[in-house]
Design a protein around this ligand. Sequence first.
Ligand SMILES: [Zn+2]
Length: 158
Amino acid sequence: MIRIGIGHDTHRLEAGDTLTIGGVSIPHEKGFVAHSDGDVLLHALIDAVVGALGWGDIGEWFPDTDPQHKGADSKQLTSEVMRKVQTEGWVVGNIDAIIFAQQPKLSIYKEEMEQQLAKLTSIEPGQVNVKAKTGEKVGPVGREEAISAQVAVLMVRE
Ligand SMILES: [Zn+2]
């Protein structure tokens, strides 16, 4: 059986020193405004995976009203979802992702993000593709007010 899922996430930026995207820490003069670490790529991935399997959305899994998730490491949230995925006999077929960020330039981090996503979902880096786009200097992304991510995932069960 195969199932397809999509995920989307946006976080606002404010003054800071680090961005965490796809589990990779990136030095930047802005950081995410978020209840957790604001990792848009992992949040979109979680939404894609739980969406594919009909398991609701990330807000139901990890309510932002729950103090337990304050400042949460999104890698741990991803691992928690993946534990249930494995328990239920599913595996990830492939992941295709887009990050929308005007700054910083993410091309040098894409490979590391692919490795992180592969590790977190127990697949090979060759099954993960991360793309980065700017906001063409318009809209919230283009004005560097926010960073977004979209993820499509294929889930497979023998
Ligand atoms: Zn988020």
